[in-house]
Design a protein around this ligand. Structure first.
Ligand SMILES: [Zn+2]
Ligand SMILES: [Zn+2]
Length: 268
């Protein structure tokens, strides 16, 4: 029995309002046995927790995305802290730094990141880290805030091998998303080839970033096996090997209950 875990999805997103249960059902049929639906502000964190309460194989993460760091005032952080203690909330995220879009001022992004890292330590749950063009600052802050006490995931990894190795030294897992299937993603392919399988997980980041066959369309977790297959190709191992390792890595970090036959059909 080999199943996949989608370690980064936004299933509560309005993009799925018309057919959310069908999307989840298609993913289960494709072998996805666990889903992490991830909030990016207070409202979406509430929505993520509600969806996780309704679906047995969906788990939630709560946090304020760097884009929305300007909204991370005392009241918002208090609400996130309360949600973070809920039983089906398995991580704090999506948090991080984004110096590519700069939707919130950088000092405010850094302050929000520190607050969330401290929350994660207080509730003893791992972190889900978003990072664009800010890897040096992100890793410095994670190191200073002792992220290795809780662990975490560098989601939709976009850095180079040096960054990946520093993240691994801090106790983080590296998550590979749909862009690894793009013909232009040569640097990412090189990074994946050099990484140990016991530090890798996979994700969709749906509704964003669909794998190559669906570029330009809405992404959904049923497409995750395509990313798993590409990672397997790069590592020179079978897709079943990648599925088993990434599911074990995710399950251990996120303290998920056993996933598998009772909940889902096998990976085709
Ligand atoms: Zn992200
Ligand atoms: Zn995301």
């Amino acid at each position: 029995m080999t199943v996949l875990v989608d370690t980064h999805a936004h299933l509560h997103d309005p993009a799925f309002d018309e057919d959310r249960l069908a999307v989840i059902a298609r993913a289960r049929a494709a072998g996805v046995a666990g889903f992490l639906t991830i909030g990016t502000d207070v409202a979406t964190s509430d929505a993520a927790v509600a969806l996780a309460a309704a679906e047995p194989d969906v788990y939630a993460a709560v946090g304020i995305h760097p884009h929305d760091a300007s909204t991370a005032d005392e009241a918002a952080l208090a609400r996130i802290a309360a949600l973070a203690r809920a039983p089906r909330v398995v991580a704090v995220g999506e948090i991080g730094l984004d110096y590519y879009r700069d939707h919130s001022p950088r000092p405010i992004q850094r302050t929000a990141l520190v607050a969330h890292l401290q929350l994660a330590r207080a509730v003893r749950k791992p972190v889900l880290l978003h990072c664009r063009e800010a890897h040096a600052d992100l890793l410095d802050i994670c190191g200073a805030e002792e992220v290795d006490a809780v662990g975490g995931i560098l989601h939709c990894f976009s850095g180079d091998l040096t960054v990946a190795r520093r993240g691994i030294d801090l106790g983080l897992l590296i998550s590979i998303a749909g862009p690894v299937t793009y013909p232009s993603a040569r640097r990412l392919a090189e990074v994946v080839r050099a990484l140990p399988l016991d530090r890798l997980v996979i994700e969709t980041d749906c509704p964003y970033l669909p794998p190559q066959p669906w570029r330009g369309q809405r992404n959904e977790p049923a497409y995750l096996p395509v990313t798993a297959a590409r990672v397997a190709e790069l590592l020179g191992v079978s897709t079943v090997t990648v599925a088993a390792a990434t599911t074990e890595n995710a399950s251990r970090l996120l303290a998920l209950p056993p996933l598998g036959p009772a909940a889902t059909p096998p990976l085709a």
